[in-house]
Design a protein around this ligand. Structure first.
Ligand code: SF4
Length: 370
C-alpha cells in the first residue's frame, strides 16, 4: 500500500510560526504551477508500482485550488486507484475555505476527509499567529461542515507566548461538542527565518519555559483522554479508530510519492527523494530534485525515530530484521526501562505515557553513527 501527497505551495498569508514551503505572491504563475504539478504527477504515477491507498492534498493551502484544478489531479490519479477499496482522500483546509460551494465541490470530486487548521478559538492568539481567520470564521465553517459527511480532523497549537492553559479549553470543548474524532495537537516550535524567530531574537516575545510547554501538552492530552481519545502518535489523537491512514503509513515507512515543490517521496525501501523548495526552480525543472540512498544505519535510525513517536512503538521483528541490538544498545534500553521511559511489550518497545513528549530525544539515544 502507498500514498500520494500533493504539495500546494501557495498561502494567502504567512503564519508567524510556519516554515513550510509556500509563496503568498503566486497569482502570476498559479496556472503554470498547477500545470507543472499535473505534468509531474502524470509522468511519475505511470511508473509507480505500489498499490495506492491514500491521497493527501497538503501544503501550503490546497483549499486555494479551484474545484476544476483539484479535479484535474483526480482525473490523472483515478485510473491508478484499485477499484475494490475505499480510499482515504484528505484535503487540508483553512476555516475560511469552508464555504458551502467548496464543500459540495470537494465531496463531488471524491474528497472524504478534511484536516482543518483551526489552531485556536481565541482571536488574540489567531492574530498573533497571523492566521487568516477569526474564531467566528472557524465556528461558522465547522458548523457548515457538520452538515456534510466528511471525516474530520482539526489542528490545535499549544505553547504559544501569552497563551494560558485556559485558552486551550474552547477548542477542546468544541471537539467534544461536535463529536470530532481526530485532532492533531502541536507544540509551537522555533523555526529559523520565521516571524516568530525574528520576534524571539528581538525580544518582542519570550518563548514559554519548558515547564509551561509541558503543562500545555499535559492539559491537552488529559482532556482528550477524558473524551475517549487515544494518543496514537505524539501529536495525533483519535477516537473510534479515526486514525489518519495516510500519516500512519509514513510512520510505518510505507512508500509514498510526493508531487510539487518541497514534496518528499519514499520508495518504502532505501530511496528517498525530495523536490526543491523553490517555486521558480521547480517550474523551470533545473536541478529540481535530489535522491538519497539510505544505508542500514539510516534505516535503523529512521525506524527508532518514527517508531517511538507512535503507540505501536518499534517492533521486535524490525529490530531483528535490522541485525538486532548491540550490547551498548541493550544497556541503554535497560536504563530507559528502569527509569520508566521505555516499556517492553510482546510486540516491541514503546515510550511510556510520561516520556511520549520526549520521543525525539529518547530515540536519538539509540541512533547509530556513520
Ligand atoms: S501554517 Fe498553513 S496556512 Fe499558515 S503559512 Fe503555514 S502552510 Fe500556510
Amino acid at each position: 500500500m502507498s500514498g500520494i501527497y500533493i504539495h500546494v505551495p501557495f498561502c494567502r498569508k504567512k503564519c508567524s510560526y510556519c516554515d513550510f514551503h509556500f509563496s503568498t505572491t503566486f497569482e502570476g504563475y498559479r496556472t503554470a504551477m498547477v500545470e507543472r504539478m499535473l505534468g509531474e504527477l502524470k509522468h511519475r504515477i505511470a511508473s509507480w508500482t505500489h498499490s495506492i491507498e491514500t491521497l493527501y492534498f497538503g501544503g501550503g493551502s490546497p483549499g486555494l485550488l479551484t474545484p476544476t484544478e483539484l479535479e484535474a489531479f483526480f482525473r490523472i490519479m483515478y485510473p491508478y486507484l484499485p477499484k475494490t477499496e475505499k480510499h482515504e482522500i484528505t484535503l487540508e483546509a483553512n476555516p475560511e475555505d469552508l464555504t458551502e460551494q467548496n464543500l459540495l465541490a470537494w465531496k463531488d470530486i471524491g474528497i472524504n476527509r478534511l484536516s482543518v487548521g483551526v489552531q485556536s478559538l481565541q482571536d488574540h492568539l489567531l492574530q498573533w499567529m497571523n492566521r487568516n481567520h477569526t474564531a467566528k470564521d472557524a465556528l461558522l465553517g465547522l458548523e457548515r461542515l457538520s452538515r456534510h459527511n466528511f471525516s474530520l480532523s482539526i489542528d490545535l497549537i499549544f505553547g504559544v507566548p501569552n497563551q494560558g492553559v485556559e485558552d486551550l479549553e474552547p477548542l477542546l470543548a468544541l471537539v467534544q461538542q461536535q463529536a470530532i474524532n481526530h485532532i492533531s495537537a502541536y507544540g509551537l516550535t522555533k523555526e529559523p527565518k520565521t516571524l516568530l524567530d525574528h520576534w524571539l531574537k528581538k525580544g518582542t516575545y519570550k518563548f514559554l519555559e519548558d515547564e509551561e510547554q509541558v503543562a500545555h501538552y499535559q492539559y491537552v492530552r488529559n482532556r482528550l483522554m477524558a473524551f475517549g481519545f487515544e494518543q496514537y502518535e505524539v501529536s495525533n489523537y483519535a477516537r473510534h479508530q479515526a486514525y489518519s491512514i495516510h500519516n500512519s503509513n509514513y510512520w510505518k515507512r510505507k512508500p509514498y510519492m510526493g508531487i510539487g515543490p518541497g514534496a518528499h517521496s519514499f520508495d518504502g525501501n532505501q530511496k528517498r527523494r525530495w523536490n526543491i523548495s523553490n517555486n521558480a526552480q521547480y517550474l523551470k525543472q533545473i536541478n529540481w530534485f535530489e535522491i538519497e540512498t539510505l544505508d542500514g544505519i539510516d534505516e535503523w535510525n529512521e525506524h527508532w525515530l518514527t517508531g517511538l513517536r507512535t503507540q505501536r512503538g518499534i517492533l521486535h521483528q524490525t529490530i531483528t530484521a535490522l541485525g538486532g541490538l548491540s550490547a551498548k544498545e541493550k544497556k541503554t534500553i535497560t536504563e530507559l526501562i528502569e527509569t520508566k521511559r521505555l516499556r517492553l511489550s510482546s510486540t516491541g518497545y514503546h515510550l511510556t505515557d510520561e516520556a511520549f513528549m520526549e520521543a525525539d530525544r529518547i530515540s536519538s539515544l539509540l541512533f547509530r553513527i556513520h
